[in-house]
Ligand binder design. Structure first.
Ligand SMILES: Cc1cc2nc3c(=O)[nH]c(=O)nc-3n(C[C@H](O)[C@H](O)[C@H](O)COP(=O)(O)O)c2cc1C
Length: 173
């Protein structure tokens, strides 16, 4: 079973988290910067895919990340990812951007759903303080939100807990 970690970043925080996650998930493959990915078809060769996405385009309906993910969305939707487990983590700032906390995660989520992927890694919203997020469905975020700007002291615990969750939800991790 092969599980890949992919990220895009503007100031390096999502890359840093991808590295920390890889250390916690020793069976995962080393993180790959989306900017170095030749073709998203690479996703089809994996059993599990973990993707990290920051939010930069505050309040936008589309292209919310402001990174390489934005131009890959349609290509992702055109893949056949049925039977694949996909988990997302998002980087944002729940204090300064409290109305749009980690909005980009939901956009990426919707395109993986179009590709037929089985989405895992949902996280209850109760341990976060924010006003609104497009990435909340019911009581849960559609992935793991992380806040290195205002709540970096909580990141270790959040990552450890999520890693344990993914080990149960993604075979081979
Ligand atoms: C101009 C600007 C806009 C931002 N917009 C949002 C936003 O809408 N929602 C959010 O949660 N975080 C927002 N952020 C915070 C970033 O997502 C956060 O700093 C993130 O960790 C950056 O990740 P990166 O270093 O991987 O690019 C914004 C930051 C800046 C400077």
């Amino acid at each position: 079973m092969a599980v890949g970690i992919f990220f895009a970043t503007t100031t390096g925080k999502t890359e840093d988290i991808a590295e920390r996650l890889h250390e916690l998930l020793s069976n995962s493959e080393p993180p790959k910067d989306l900017a170095d990915l030749n073709d998203v078809k690479e996703f089809q060769s994996l059993d599990g895919i973990i993707c990290g996405i920051p939010t930069w385009n505050t309040g936008a309906d589309s292209e919310r990340s402001g990174t390489a993910w934005d131009s890959m969305l349609e290509q992702i939707a055109s893949l056949n990812l049925s039977g694949k487990k996909v988990a997302l983590f998002g980087l944002g700032d729940s204090s300064t951007y409290t109305e749009n906390f980690c909005d980009a995660m939901e956009e990426l989520h919707s395109y993986f759903v179009k590709a037929g992927a089985t989405m895992v890694g949902y996280v209850n919203k109760s341990n976060y303080t924010f006003d609104d997020s497009k990435s909340v469905v019911g009581d849960s975020f559609c992935g793991l939100p992380l806040d290195e700007d205002s709540e970096s002291d909580m990141t270790d615990e959040r990552l450890t807990k999520w890693s344990a969750q993914l080990k149960l939800e993604i075979p081979g991790l």
